[in-house]
Design a protein around this ligand. Structure first.
Ligand code: NAP
Length: 276
């Protein structure tokens, strides 16, 4: 019996148990995947249980950065992003990686083939944990230009500095000019999510060939994606990223590379709709 879980604080909102539970059933495995609410002061003690009580876990807000100090090692991707969302154990030690970047890239590759054709010029809204994974992915795809726009400019500037010479920070009021140049627009803020304010940006000037993607997946069709599809831009929702980031984690713990199928997507879509 292989046990895995997702830890966060709070954790009620996580859809990971639905995704991993679907795969455990589909592949007929003897395993479980549960939610564990872990307060910050419990984090170190919980990590010690990986390798004994649990084969591994996913990590969500607010522990993705803090958890790194409790691990024996992290891979290059987690180090570059500066955050861990997946932990596993090997030889009595605990290691971390970050699968958000792969989820982001695979989702775009599947839903908007050719999105990274050179010269890739991206505008990324937000500079939090998810934006870090996005920017890291864009750098790996050799983006010629990455502009970060964030409410707190300082955070965007720090991220731009960290990710090198093709990245820069700008303000929301610079957007009209920036969009003329962009082949990809990414919302990596939490705006537009159920219970949060809308992301109120004008897409005027955005090239009709630009791809627009939102990391927010509840609702599935955010205000930004609605606006973009009305203008005829290709759009990609955030649910694919959530599903694809789960694939490498499941494979590490359960030893089977699972498939993201229309059936799985329909299950999570139904859950998102029923919670709305
Ligand atoms: P985070 O680290 O808390 O960052 C939140 C970002 O949103 C920051 O850039 C923040 O700006 C901005 N923001 C929040 N409220 C704002 C407001 N009122 N006005 C303007 N900007 C505001 O969160 P995160 O982990 O990066 O997650 C961001 C979003 O991505 C969430 O909706 C999350 O659910 C989603 N996400 C999706 C996936 C997926 O698989 N699809 C994976 C990871 C995350 P400041 O820096 O100025 O505070």
């Amino acid at each position: 019996m292989i046990r895995a879980c997702v830890i966060g604080w709070p954790i009620r909102q996580s859809r990971s148990p639905l995704i991993h539970g679907f795969w455990i059933r589909k592949y007929g495995l003897s395993g479980s995947y549960e939610k564990r609410e872990i307060a910050p002061e419990e984090l170190g003690a919980f990590v010690q249980r990986i390798g004994t009580d649990f084969a591994g876990c996913n990590v969500t807000v607010p522990h993705k950065e803090e958890v790194m100090k409790w691990l024996d090692g992290v891979d290059d991707t987690a180090r570059a992003i500066g955050a861990v969302n997946t932990i596993w154990s090997e030889g009595g030690k605990r290691f971390g990686t970050n699968t958000d970047m792969a989820g982001f890239l695979v989702n775009l590759d599947q839903q908007a083939p050719g999105w990274d054709r050179a010269p890739l010029s991206a505008v990324v809204l937000g500079a939090g944990g998810a934006a870090r994974a996005v920017v890291c992915g864009l750098v790996r795809r050799k983006a010629a230009k990455i502009v970060l726009v964030n409410r707190s400019r300082k955070r965007a500037e720090e991220l731009a500095r960290e990710f090198g010479p093709n990245s820069a920070a700008c303000e929301y009021h610079d957007l009209p000019g920036l969009l003329e140049d962009a082949s990809l627009l990414v919302n990596a803020t939490s705006l537009g999510m159920v219970g949060k304010a809308d992301l109120d940006v004008s897409l005027e000037g955005l090239s009709p060939s630009a791809v627009v993607t939102d990391l927010v997946y509840a609702p599935l069709k955010t205000g930004l994606l609605e606006k973009a599809s009305r203008r005829g831009n290709r759009t990609v929702d955030g649910l694919g990223m959530l599903l694809h980031q789960a694939v490498p984690a499941f494979e590490k713990w359960f030893g089977v590379k699972p498939e993201v199928t229309p059936e799985l997507r329909a299950l999570i879509e139904a859950d998102i709709r029923s919670a709305a």
